[in-house]
Design a protein. Structure first.
Length: 272
């Protein structure tokens, strides 16, 4: 018995017991980590931190992008903290992101519509702007980076128009209204001079500005306030031939309507 007591009291035996206890402690710690369980204190701390992350998203006060806010909500969900209040906040944050995405989609669509209309104005150049002025407007549209194939195609057409304007001062680079007026006068002049072939050539070139030869032409006889009286409707094909036959241009251009491709789909004239 005295020998056993002596062994227990020995330094060597104490060292072995200490090593055994440390090994058990390490195993227990690793086991706790492997289960992924949090202490109550750590779990409460993560819940509070998650709430603070979600609150500005829910209130709409967050300055982060939609994608960053979406990432934060996803990370909070992945933690699976299973707190009733936090779960409710996650639902609210998801609804807010859904609303935010809808607003962004609507804003993008509005920007696309505005850019499309502006590019059509550039292509028509009704205000007779210079190449530098048009180029500045095109650059502003490109800076929006809308990433829409239709807008990219219109930008390409506008840039080509600007390049053509710089390369040549020809009539094709004038505003559409000026081109039409010049064409009408040219047809009449050619007819008066007996140059019917020249008049026909001008007619064919002018028709290229229209969506079709059947594009409607309305001639305003009189207008008083909102009351407008029109002559019998005709088409651009017939009207151009009328100019050639009558050898007279008795109307001014009042309004030009264009389609989605920038072609003229309708023309309003008014008697001089």
């Amino acid at each position: 018995m005295s020998e056993i007591i002596s062994k227990i009291k020995s330094v060597r035996w104490q060292q072995m017991m200490f090593i055994l206890l440390m090994a058990l402690l390490v195993v227990g710690t690793d086991s706790c980590k492997s289960t992924g369980k949090l202490s109550k204190k750590d779990r409460l701390a993560q819940i509070e931190a998650a709430k603070k992350q979600l609150q500005p998203i829910i209130s709409g006060a967050s300055t982060l992008s939609y994608e960053e806010q979406k990432r934060i909500v996803g990370e909070v969900m992945d933690k699976n903290l299973n707190d009733p209040v936090l779960n409710s906040m996650i639902v609210d944050a998801q609804q807010k992101l859904k609303s935010l995405l809808g607003e962004q989609t609507q804003q993008h669509a509005q920007k696309v519509d505005e850019a499309r209309a502006k590019l059509y104005d550039i292509l028509l150049n009704k205000d007779n702007k210079s190449a530098d002025e048009l180029e500045k407007e095109v650059r502003a549209i490109k800076a929006l980076n809308l990433k829409e194939s239709e807008i990219d195609e219109l930008i390409g057409r506008a840039e080509k128009k600007i390049a053509d304007m710089r390369a040549s001062g020809g009539g094709a680079n004038l505003p559409v209204k000026s081109q039409l007026e010049n064409s009408f006068n040219s047809i009449v002049t050619s007819s008066q001079n007996g140059d019917l072939s020249g008049a026909d050539n001008t007619i064919q070139k002018t028709l290229q500005l229209f969506s079709s030869g059947d594009a409607p032409v309305l001639i305003i006889i009189s207008r008083e306030g909102s009351i407008v009286d029109y002559d019998k409707p005709t088409t651009i094909q017939r009207y151009l031939n009328l100019l050639k036959d009558t050898k007279a241009n008795r109307n001014n251009i009042d309004a030009i309507m264009t389609d989605a491709t920038g072609k003229i789909k309708g023309l309003d004239l008014i008697k001089k």
